[in-house]
Design a protein around this ligand. Structure first.
Ligand code: V47
Ligand code: SF4
Length: 376
């Protein structure tokens, strides 16, 4: 497209962004394909400031990946294991309790639980795991099981989604993470993870969770074989469901890490691409309150810069992350609160410790209580 035409289209989009008008799919495609990073960042930062001021959120959390044994073989996954492989592991109840006690000692407000779909474990095993966490610490927020796992539970129990999700809520589930969305476009999804939950099911599960009063997150795995049209289609499908339910809290663009995966011949997404995806998500997802720059996979430097390109959240202290480190992430296993504060303040923002539901955390060492929602 000639430069003059690009400038004209950018001016039209700028007008829409500053007047709070929704961007169309065509606008999104144009932004993704033709607009430079700094322009994207400037527009996205405007939206971010309108929604979240100069706050930048983080939380004190711990991860638990209770098994890596998985019936599926997603091509982008370095974490999974075959049932009988040397690297296969399964947490016992006592190991789960130990992880929760560690979370308590660290003052974590959230435990983030995702894992493989074990060939031999029944739904009761997954249900029990949530129950054990909740009984060990009734205050910690349990954010567990992606839409893919919920779909698996429905498959193995032959029960509908609302039954599965309600059973989990009854034993202590607090919200759902956003994983398993990958890329909704059916042709790309087939190339990445042919057998697992299809896009319509993933969206239906989140719709059901929202109807049952659970808040959930959403993700998009980018930087592999997808193109602009697939990314914009993905964001548009999320935006449409959010219009209907309002149940999504945060969107997390996930940068593909190729090491030890079936796609290891692909290069890792660059810093340019990472920041473009943050900005593009902020611009397209006008009905999402938060965009998370997940420092574990972006790296601290990119996550920090992302706070000026549309992101308002950098996730948390994160202890015991496995999925991205198995796939070659070089980030540390955890960041301290002073390190998170420094990252945020240097980016010109004010750090706010939030809980999973974006309420302010009032902290006294490892003890904490919940204050008001940060956004009125
Ligand atoms: O669905 C797996 C991704 C997801 C790789 O809700 C990979 O706050 C990159 O649910 N390179 C699971 N990504 C993780 C997840 C999550 C992560 C962070 C925050 C939240 C939240 C949820 O991890 C999977 C897949 O998209 N993934 N392998 C890889 N090699
Ligand atoms: Fe299994 Fe999840 Fe890995 Fe896919 S991404 S192989 S479902 S653990």
């Amino acid at each position: 497209m000639p430069q003059a035409d690009i400038q004209k289209r950018v001016a039209e989009i700028e007008e829409k962004v500053y007047s709070g008008t929704r961007l169309s799919i065509e606008d999104g495609l144009f932004l993704d394909r033709s607009v430079d990073l700094l322009t994207l960042g400037r527009l996205a930062h405007h939206v971010r400031v309108q929604r979240n001021g100069h706050y930048a959120y983080y939380n004190t959390n711990i991860h638990l990946n209770p098994t890596n044994v998985c019936v599926y073989r997603c091509r982008f996954c370095a974490f999974r294991s075959d049932l009988k492989a040397d690297k296969a592991y399964v947490f016992t109840d006592e190991m789960v309790r130990e992880r929760v006690r560690e979370a308590q000692e660290k003052g974590a407000t959230e435990i983030h639980v995702v894992g493989g779909l074990h060939h031999q474990k029944k739904f009761d095993w997954y249900l029990n795991l949530v129950r054990v966490i909740h009984e060990t610490d009734p205050d910690i927020h349990i954010k567990a099981w992606t839409g893919v796992e919920m779909n698996w539970f429905s498959h193995i129990t032959k029960k509908p989604y609302d039954w599965v999700i309600q059973e989990l809520i009854d034993v202590g589930l607090g919200s759902m993470p956003g994983g398993g969305a990958e890329i909704f476009d059916e042709t790309i999804r087939k190339q990445l993870c042919e057998h697992k939950s299809d896009s319509e099911r993933w969206l239906e599960i989140h719709r059901t969770a929202h109807q049952l009063g659970l808040r959930t997150n959403a993700t998009m795995l980018y930087g592999h074989v997808e193109e602009a049209e697939h990314r914009i289609d993905h964001l548009n499908r999320l935006r449409t469901l959010q219009d209907e339910t309002g149940g999504f809290q945060t969107f997390i663009p996930l940068a593909f890490h190729p090491e030890n995966t079936g796609l290891d011949y692909l290069p890792k997404p660059t810093g340019q691409m990472d920041l473009r995806m943050i900005a593009l998500s902020r611009l397209m997802l006008d009905n999402f309150d938060h965009i998370k720059a997940y420092w574990i996979m972006l790296g601290e430097a990119t996550a920090q810069i992302a706070l000026g390109f549309g992101a308002d959240d950098i996730d948390g202290t994160v202890v015991h992350e496995t999925i991205y480190h198995d796939a070659g992430a070089k980030t540390p296993q955890a960041l301290t609160v002073p390190a998170l504060h420094r990252m945020i303040r240097e980016a010109g923002c004010e750090p706010v410790e939030r809980d999973t539901l974006y309420r302010r955390v009032i902290r006294d060492g490892h003890r904490w209580s919940i204050g008001e929602p940060v956004l009125a």
